[in-house]
Design a protein around this ligand. Structure first.
Ligand code: DQA
Length: 155
């Protein structure tokens, strides 16, 4: 399959990066984050498509779409920061399992060093990998990891 394409999904409130709790999430914006993802993928001869939604059902639809594209050999996988839905959404857990697309769960902050309600993730048991607490660089690590996984599966 082609491993050249990765979908980067950001969930609720991540459109507010730059103005939202800068002591936790920093001063850079979602556009800055997406530029980092594009540059990281391009450096490896790959490509990312970036989307953000505040709506759980839209994120479910996009994971299902990613599953179809993965099965068709058009998508290596998904880098996914589900924001607060991480801690609440059985629907996103089921979408990841049901679509069987490799998903790398990412969190900008170290959720385990924060409030107790952020310690549990419904996504982690369904994820192919998890990157937590590296700031925006976590997305670059996740893109690299997904490409390494996809490329090693192809040899
Ligand atoms: C987050 C952590 C979540 O607990 C929070 O609800 C977010 C962002 C992170 O990237 O650190 O919205 O996923």
């Amino acid at each position: 399959m082609s491993d050249a394409k990765i979908l980067v999904l950001n969930g609720p409130n991540l459109n507010l990066l730059g103005q939202r709790e800068p002591t936790v999430y920093g001063h850079a914006t979602l556009a800055d984050l997406e530029a980092l993802c594009h540059a990281t993928a391009a450096a490896q001869g790959a490509e990312v498509e970036c989307r953000q939604s505040n709506h759980e059902g839209v994120l479910v639809d996009w994971i299902q779409e990613a599953g179809v594209r993965h099965r068709a050999g058009q998508l290596a996988g998904v880098v996914f920061n589900a924001g607060a839905y991480t801690h609440t959404s059985v629907a996103l857990h089921d979408a990841i399992k049901g679509s069987a697309v490799p998903v790398i769960e990412v969190h900008i902050s170290n959720v385990h060093a924060r409030e107790a309600f952020r310690h549990h993730s419904y996504l982690s048991p369904a994820a192919a990998g998890i990157v937590v607490g590296f700031g925006f660089d976590g997305y670059a690590l996740a893109i690299d990891g997904l490409l390494r996984k996809a490329r090693s599966a192809n040899v």
